[in-house]
Design a binder for this molecule. Structure first.
Ligand SMILES: [Zn+2]
Length: 410
């Protein structure tokens, strides 16, 4: 078995907040087993640099709690010689399920994973309207998760946690939504509604943070401690990971890259202010500008706008060039402030194809403060909606794991 990887150490620091030393050790052992699939006690002791006695104590606690189980492993030459079957540990099959949900404008993507991180079912549910009252959204989430459970012939009670990604200014600790483009109201205690209407632990997170989480666990940021993920869909989001941990800000409102200002008295933004980056770069803003300058036909999709520009339409070209320059300025501001190892631009290919152009890179190069070393790497990662839900589910698994080890008898 491989030694504890950098990615595992990074993950460990992200989820460890609020656990005592004993619970932390349990969590490390649980994550070690999850990452390996199966691991013997000797493997775990070597990977985590723990004494055999500690591993025996911790694994017996995890077994008593139903989180892990013993499985017989194939004989090695060594065990065959000693005549004793080799015993490995794995997560208890089917012990817990976790749902990850990404709420978009027109639909909800739901993914249920088992405790091992394996996909059990995924389902897209159409939303009647992009903005909902808080209670209506919570009930839609409950109905959507129930529909996903029906697909696999189980009830909601099998879920140990539901992890929800929402665009906007969200305090994930208190599950308080300061503002979200998915809600008709500001300042919503969504946590109280989730607790009232969902049968299990529910976690809430800004959706760009979930993408950062997914990039860190199984994407383009594995092994990195300082990186940013810029998400581009209807709006523009940012997940900031510093020293291995998500940086949310004091009020949980940090990372609102889309609402950083790029123009005085500029375009109106969906947040109610003017001159925000996403009013020029996000799909909604881009198409609104296309509608204004070119008419409804050009504003059907980003791809249609790109086609028009490539066919020589000067107005379409100008809108896209301006978006690229604004985006390049935004990326250079991130580099000037954070100096990350890597920036990952994440989104569906049809939304971001025009944002890794020479126009964008030239703007970045000309706007970053001059230092005689290479620029941080900028990578593009094409995502589909399911990957947002995967990030939500991955975070859900981590939070459920922390709750479970915390709840074990001391
Ligand atoms: Zn704004």
């Amino acid at each position: 078995m491989k030694r504890e990887s950098d990615a595992l150490k990074t993950r460990f620091t992200m989820e460890a907040a609020g656990l005592d030393a004993r619970a932390l050790t349990r969590l490390r052992v649980l994550n070690c087993i999850r990452d390996a699939g199966e691991a013997s006690r000797t493997d775990i002791a070597a990977a985590l640099k723990l004494s055999p006695a500690t591993v025996t104590f911790v694994t017996s606690g995890l077994m008593a709690g139903g989180l892990i189980e013993e499985v017989s492993a194939p004989d090695t030459a060594d065990t065959a010689k000693r005549g004793r079957p080799r015993v490995a540990l794995s997560l208890t099959k089917g012990s817990y399920f976790v749902a990850g949900i990404k709420v978009s404008r027109d639909k909800m993507s739901i993914l249920i994973l088992d405790f091992d991180g394996r996909e059990v079912v995924n389902l897209d549910v159409a939303l009647a309207t992009p903005q909902m009252e808080p209670l209506a959204l919570v009930l839609a989430i409950r109905d959507g998760v129930m529909a996903a459970c029906v697909r696999i012939d189980v009830g909601l009670e099998v879920l140990a946690g539901i992890s929800i990604g929402l665009a906007g200014l969200i305090d994930s600790e208190t599950r308080f939504v300061h503002w979200s483009s998915s809600l008709t109201e500001r300042n919503v205690d969504l946590g109280a509604l989730l607790a009232e209407h969902l049968p299990c632990a529910a976690f809430l997170e800004n959706d760009a943070n979930l993408v950062a989480k997914a990039e860190q666990l199984f994407g383009e940021a594995r092994g990195l401690s300082n990186f940013m993920v810029v998400t581009v869909e209807h709006g523009v989001g940012l997940g900031i990971v510093l020293d291995g941990r998500l940086h949310r800000g004091e009020r949980g409102c940090g990372g609102e890259f889309g609402h950083t200002k790029v123009a005085l008295h500029g375009e109106a933004c969906q947040c109610g202010q003017r001159g925000c980056l996403e009013a020029y770069v996000g799909t909604s803003g881009l198409l609104r500008r296309a509608r204004k300058d070119l008419g409804a036909e050009a504003a059907g999709s980003v791809a249609a706008l790109v086609d028009l520009a490539q066919a020589g339409d000067a107005k379409a070209r100008r809108i896209l060039d301006e978006a690229g320059q604004m985006f390049g300025m935004g990326l250079s501001n991130l580099i000037n402030i954070f100096d990350p190892e890597r920036i990952i631009v994440a989104g569906a290919e049809h939304r971001i194809a025009h944002l890794h152009s020479e126009t964008v890179l030239a703007q970045v190069r000309s706007s970053v403060v001059k230092v005689d070393t290479a620029l941080p790497e900028i990578r593009v990662h094409h995502w589909d909606d399911l990957m947002w839900a995967r990030g939500a589910a991955a975070m859900g698994i981590e939070k459920v794991s922390a709750l479970k080890v915390k709840a074990l008898a001391q």
